[in-house]
Structures are given as structure tokens and as C-alpha cells.
Design a protein around this ligand. Structure first.
Ligand SMILES: [Fe+2]
Length: 287
């Protein structure tokens, strides 16, 4: 059994999917607040990825995670590209421990480290327009973002695309199996696909683990895991809400959260900035 779903006493009621049967929720939930109580936070690391210059989504996520009192924040790349607020997102990223950050493919191109060869026309146009929107100082900072993979804590890694290639997409269990072959440690987080996912590797088999926002799972010590927290600023799993994860390296508890934000405002900024308008439309569709 690779997965153990359980309700954790104290979960804030708005973290619970309203479609789930209310009778399944322990009565203590409404009284205490899952991650919000003083000293009660069992998940200590906030994991964010693919903000893509969406300041509204980032601010909503930061407000949502603040009561959970994380000890650290790990960021998996793509701070910029697509969205209308690249400079404020770059400024926010300056506060994050660089040992807890890896760069994304859009960060590389916007910084001028690479040209957008291999990008779609939409991604290329957005990246080149974003270059014009970011200050010289901001571009210089983007160029300093570390190439993954990285190991912010022993046995726990981060990368943008995959462990072997920061530009590679992990869409399927076979892709994850390739990553398990080369990654160091027992748990690694990746981004790039903009889809919240967990893959587990146990006794040679790799499979995808079902997840649900607000319902923590407990990772098993006998297995290894690669985990995508989803995208803060441009989700592509048909849920337009911003996505992030919380993880506790001691208890191995992992939880995903979806957060509503002011999509209309983010869309208006994309159009006003002269970025490809498809990037505005897709935000409300989550794809
Ligand atoms: Fe991305």
C-alpha cells in the first residue's frame, strides 16, 4: 500500500472540497484549523512552481499559506513568462534562499541565457516581450538563478523539468520512471508541466497516486516519490485555481492546495502589456 489518505484533525473548513461528504470530516476540524494553529503546523515546506509573472495568483497563494507557518519555501522555476507582472515576481523571488530555487526554461530565455528555440510561437512571443518588460537589474538577477537539480535538504531534491534535464517534461509514469533511475534521494519535486501530480516508485513499479486538494497523504518510507505541486500562475489541469503544495520532511506528510484568485485582473494586465492574448484566455480555463 503506497498511499495512506487520512483526515488530519484541525483542517480549516475551506481547505475541504465542498463536494466531499461532510459526514466524513471529524467534528474537530471546524474548531481548530489544520495548519493554522500556534505550533500545530505539521507541514513545514511550501513548494511553489511556475508562477509565470502572475502576481495575483502568487499573492493569493502566499496569503493562503501564511497561516500554515512554513519554515521554508522551495521554488521550482519559471518565475516569469506569459503573465503581466514579471518585475514584481522577480522582486519577490529575491527574498527566497537561492539554495531553495531552480531556474525554469522561461527564466533562462527571458534572462537571455538561451534564445527561445523550441518554444511555441506563443511562449516565444511572451518571453521576448517579457524581456522588454523586466529591468536590466531584474534580468541580471534572473540570469543568476541556479540550474537544477538541487538538494535543499538531504534526501529531498528539486528540479524544473526532470532530474536529468531541466527542460524535459514528466507527463507519464514512464517519464517518472526515468527520473527515478537517476535522481538522488527519496523524494524530488519538479514543475514544468503545470499539473499537480504524484508518482511513486515501489519495488520497481512506478504509478501515479491520486491526489485531492486539502487532503494530506503520508509518503511511505519504503517508496520513492517525484511530485509536481502544480502551477501557481498558469495551471493546465482544467482547474484554473492557483496550485501549490506543503510538505513535511519529518512526518512525510504532503498536501496540495488550490487557491482562487483575481483571474480577471491578471488577464487585463496580460492584454494591456501586449503579451499574447491567448495567455489571458487560458487562465480562466486552467489549460
Ligand atoms: Fe512553466
Amino acid at each position: 500500500m503506497l498511499r495512506e489518505n487520512r483526515y488530519i484533525v484541525g483542517c480549516t473548513v475551506h481547505d475541504i472540497q465542498p463536494t466531499l461528504p461532510q459526514r466524513a470530516i471529524p467534528p474537530t476540524i471546524e474548531r481548530t484549523g489544520l495548519f493554522g494553529g500556534e505550533g500545530s503546523c505539521p507541514l513545514r515546506i511550501a513548494v511553489l512552481s511556475d508562477i509565470h509573472a502572475n502576481l495575483e495568483a502568487l499573492e493569493a497563494v502566499l496569503e493562503h499559506l501564511a497561516p500554515k507557518r512554513p519554515d521554508a519555501l522551495w521554488f521550482l522555476g519559471d518565475a516569469v513568462g506569459y503573465g503581466g507582472d514579471p518585475e514584481p515576481v522577480v522582486d519577490w523571488l529575491r527574498q527566497i534562499d537561492p539554495n531553495h530555487v531552480v531556474r525554469g526554461n522561461h527564466d533562462k530565455v527571458v534572462a537571455g541565457i538561451e534564445e527561445p528555440e523550441g518554444f511555441s510561437a506563443i511562449a516565444r512571443d511572451a518571453a521576448l516581450r517579457t524581456r522588454e518588460m523586466v529591468s536590466a537589474d531584474g534580468l541580471a538577477f534572473l540570469a543568476t538563478l541556479p540550474q537544477g537539480p538541487s538538494t535543499p535538504k538531504e534526501r529531498f531534491g528539486i528540479c524544473h523539468g526532470s532530474w536529468a534535464d531541466e527542460d524535459y517534461y514528466i507527463f507519464y509514469p514512464d517519464d517518472a520512471a526515468d527520473m527515478f533511475d537517476v535522481m538522488k534521494g527519496s523524494v524530488a519535486f519538479f514543475g514544468h508541466t503545470h499539473r499537480a501530480t504524484v508518482y511513486a516508485n515501489f519495488e520497481g513499479a512506478t504509478l501515479e497516486i491520486p491526489i485531492q486538494s486539502g487532503y494530506p497523504i503520508i509518503l511511505q518510507k519504503a517508496a520513492r516519490y517525484v511530485i509536481n505541486p502544480g502551477s501557481v500562475g498558469q495551471p493546465r489541469d482544467r482547474d484554473p485555481r492557483a496550485s501549490y503544495a506543503m510538505f513535511d520532511t519529518e512526518s512525510l506528510q504532503l498536501a496540495f492546495f488550490r487557491v482562487s484568485y483575481d483571474i480577471a485582473s491578471a488577464q487585463q494586465k496580460i492584454v494591456k502589456a501586449g503579451l499574447p492574448e491567448i495567455n489571458a484566455a487560458r487562465l480562466s480555463e486552467g489549460r
